[in-house]
Design a protein around this ligand. Sequence first.
Ligand code: PLP
Length: 395
Amino acid sequence: MNISTRIKNMNYSPIRNIVPSLENAKNKNLNVYEMHIGQPNIKTPDAFFDGINNYKEKIIKYENSAGSHATIKAFCQMYKNAKIDLTEDEILITHGGSEAIMFAIQTICDPGDEVIIFEPFYSNYDSFIKCASVKPCPIRLDANNDYKIPPYKTLQKAITNKTKAILLSNPNNPLGTILSKDEMHTIAQLAIEYDLFIITDEVYRQFVYDNCYYESFMNIDGLTDRCVLVDSISKHYSACGARIGVLATKNKEFYSQALKLCQARLSVSTIEQIASANLIYTMDSYADNVRGEYMRRRDVFCTELSKIDGVDFVFPKSAFYVFATLPVDDTQSFVRFLLEDFEHNGETLSFAPGAGFYINADIKNAARFSFCANACDELKTAAKLLKIGINEYKK
Ligand SMILES: Cc1ncc(COP(=O)(O)O)c(C=O)c1O
C-alpha cells in the first residue's frame, strides 16, 4: 500500500507545525503570547450566536449545494455596500476561503498546469496548488523594494504555455501590503495578454489602514470574465471556526463547472450559514471598530519591533501581520528555542517561521508575527520578550 506522491509532496503548515512545541510550553505552565496564527482574540459578534439560537427546526437538513438563499442574499448585500457588483447567481458558499481556493484551482487547472503566486505567499497556497497536481510558479517579491510587484517584463518570464492562473492575496498575508493601482493594472495586463484567470483572495478586504488605496480586482476594467473572488467571514467577523466562505465570479462557465464540486461535497453547514446571514446583516459598524483596534495593535508592536537591533520589516498597511527579518541564523530553530528552552518571568512568545512562505524554504531569517491575537499591552511585552529571546539565543 502506498500513499500518493501528490500528497507526499505537500508540506506541513509552517504555522501549525509549531503546535507540539507550543503545547509543550503551555504544559510547563508558561504564558505564551501566540503570534504564529491569524486567530483574532476579538469576540465574535452576538448576531452570530443569536442566529444559532433562533434555529428551531427539528432536523438539520442539507442546504443547497450553492449555499442557502439567505446566506447568498446576505453576501450579495454586503458586496453591494462594498461596491462590488455581484448578483446572487454569481456567488457560491464554501467551507471557508480555503475550500473556495481549492475549488478555484481545481475548476481552472488540469494536472500539470501552472499557477503564478507571489513569494512570500499565504503558505497554504502551495498545498492547495499541489493537491490538485498543479505546479506553483513563484515570482519573488523583494524586501528591498518594499515587496512591490516587479516590472511587467519580469512577470512575463514566469509565463509558460501551462500557466492558467495568478493566485494572490490582497490585502496580503503574510506581508501586510496592499496593491497600488499601477500594480493591479500590471497584473491585469498580464492576465489579459496571456488569457489567465486571477484568483483574488480578499479575505482581509476590510482591514486596510491609513486610508491606503484598495480596490477589488472584481472592479478592474477588462477582468469581468477572468476574475474569481475568494472571501470569508473568518477574519472579517472574527468567526474563523464557523468555516463560511465565498467563491464568486461573473464567469458563467466557471460558476457552472465549480458548482459540480459544490454538489459533490453536498452542502456547507446549515446552522453556520443561518448564523452567518444574521451576522452579515447586522454588522455595519463592527469592521470599523475592529479596524481601529488592529491599527493600534500594529502601531504598538511595530514601534517596539523597530527598537530591536537587527530586526527589519516593511510597515504593514493591511491585514494583521508583520513580516520581519530577525538577526538569527534560522527562525525555525529560534522559535523552537523560544518555546522549548526559553522563558522570562514565566512567559515566552511564538511566531511563524518565514521559510514556509517560500517554495524553496531558502529564506531562513524571516518571521511572520500576527498581531490579531493579543491586546496592545500584551504585544508590547511580547516584543520585549522577543528582544531578550534573540539575545539569549545568540549566546
Ligand atoms: C490569505 C488567506 N486566504 C485564505 C485563508 C483561509 O481562511 P478561511 O478558510 O478561514 O476562510 C486565510 C487564513 O488565514 C488567509 O490568510
